[in-house]
Design a protein around this ligand. Structure first.
Ligand code: GLC
Length: 469
């Protein structure tokens, strides 16, 4: 639990603090009974330093598992190259027992596996089969483009621009410690394994900058590598209808005939409500984002709490858990604020637990919680539900083609079309109404009082129109 689950010491077991294998089996069965599928987060770039593979590997230079990890000789005071850990400091840790360095792209408790060794690949594929045989429906592949590193261990070039936080990792261009070409043939093999079980994989692609649509799309191959990948360009966009539209279009172009994902939140980022906060308009903005997530083209990914527009928790230094937040404090890089307990109701600890939760409960929980929003017809939660229902009913929203409609600065408008059904989506990113032309058709959905299409688009209005064809 050095990185809360991203440091695996046994791939085929359940961490006891979360329950038992029986609990897992029950969960899987209960989900499947309800037609809900389950993907596991597969962390295969690195293991825990406590994993028996690494314990063996570090035990001697001649151990059969020595080459399962990335070891390099060097001088104790001079690491093999300039690679940096994402979580701070050199990516190389000196191991005095065998007097050499091992690579860790994250914490030193997370040594990187050597994917150039075929035994490692076989071992991870075996892990995948273990869970696939149990019936899981697929995997999220953690930092998938980091598995392979430059075979000559060349240092990364330095750069002085493009950083978000002043940490050394961001002052180099990561051309040698990630995104190597060897990833593609490996993913093709993995795809065959997944297809055998009719399972899906979605890869988390680490980009050098905020996001990289082309890089993320490249791991889809010709629909023969990963089924889906995450690109975070959209997630890092400013509140700007035009820029978001442009990014979407670029993402779809990059994906070409492959299938895109849509994502605005995850456990590593500030919550979208905070990124886009604007005094009293937060819920209005949360609804615009929800509408975008559920009506644009792509598989939507929702992070818990997003459906009630949960905010970042405010966390005192003493309560920090995330090793990154602790290391870089007082820089606000901690991932803890987005990981606070789900707000279920107004009871003790927001109904999350009777025990003291691992992170403090958000202080607005009496007002903002799932139970309160359920009772409020205009809540963000009920908005999500309505739109999810629309998505389910309308194949055009799920499967349709996508084209941007140019409707000025503050309005993001696009057309989805499937087998002759056309749905136009209008999202007003501003509080002010917008007098733009609307097509003739039938109002499918609006979050405001609206009869017909004769009046202009209201402030923060979400409007779905079934267009006359
Ligand atoms: C990914 C995960 C993050 C984790 C890291 C190392 O970025 O999303 O939470 O800390 O990989 O495994």
């Amino acid at each position: 639990m050095h990185d809360f689950g991203y440091d695996v010491s046994d791939y085929n077991a359940i961490e006891p603090i979360f329950g038992s294998m029986q609990d897992f089996d029950n969960l899987l069965e209960a989900l499947h009974k309800r037609k809900i599928r389950l993907l596991l987060d597969l962390v295969a770039n690195h293991t825990s330093h406590e994993h028996p593979w690494f314990v063996e590997s570090r035990s001697s230079r001649t151990n059969p598992k020595r080459d399962w990890y990335v070891w390099r000789d060097g001088n104790r005071f001079w690491p093999p190259n300039n690679w940096q850990s994402v979580f701070g400091g050199s990516a190389w840790e000196w191991d005095s027992k065998t007097e050499s360095y091992y690579l860790h792209s994250f914490l030193k408790e997370q040594p990187d596996l050597n994917w150039r060794n075929d035994e490692v690949k076989a071992a991870i594929f075996e892990v995948m089969e273990f869970w696939l045989k149990k019936g899981v429906d697929g995997f999220r592949l953690d930092v998938v483009n980091m598995f392979f590193k430059d075979s000559e261990f060349k240092s990364n070039p330095l750069r002085l621009w493009g950083w978000r936080y002043p940490r050394p990792y961001e002052f180099q261009t990561h051309i040698h410690d990630m995104s190597q070409d060897e990833m593609h043939p490996m993913l093709k093999e993995m795809r065959q394994l997944l297809d055998k079980y009719n399972a899906v994989a979605v890869g988390e692609v680490m980009a050098d900058f905020a996001g990289d649509t082309a890089l993320a799309a490249s791991y889809l191959g010709d629909n023969d590598e990963l089924h889906l990948t995450f690109d975070f360009t959209l997630l890092y966009q400013k509140w700007d209808a035009h820029a978001i539209g442009k990014t979407l279009a670029a993402w779809y172009t990059a994906c070409s005939t492959n299938w895109p994902t849509l994502v605005f939140n995850n456990h590593d980022q500030d919550r979208s409500v905070n990124r886009y906060s604007k005094a009293f308009e937060n819920d209005a903005r949360a609804k615009i984002l929800a509408a975008l997530l559920l009506t644009a083209k792509g598989t939507p990914f929702l992070y818990y709490g997003e459906e009630i527009a949960m905010k970042n928790g405010s966390i005192e230094k003493a309560d920090l858990r995330d090793p990154v937040g602790i290391r870089f404090w007082p820089l606000t890089v901690s991932r803890d604020p987005a990981r606070t307990p789900m707000l279920w109701d107004k009871s003790h600890n927001a109904g999350f637990s009777t025990e003291k939760p691992w992170l403090p409960v958000n202080d607005d929980y009496l007002k903002r919680n799932k139970e309160a929003q359920e009772a409020d017809a205009g809540s963000v939660l009920n908005f999500y539900r309505k739109l999810l229902a629309f998505r389910k009913e309308n194949a055009a929203l799920r499967l349709g083609s996508f084209s941007l409609l140019d409707r000025g600065k503050n309005v993001l408008a696009f057309r989805r079309e499937h087998k002759g059904d056309i749905i136009d989506v209008y999202l007003n990113f501003a509080a002010a109404p917008s007098a733009i032309p609307l097509p003739s058709g039938r109002v499918l959905f609006s979050n405001q009082n609206r009869y017909g299409l004769s009046r202009s688009l209201g402030g923060y209005e979400v409007l779905l129109i079934a267009v006359d064809s």
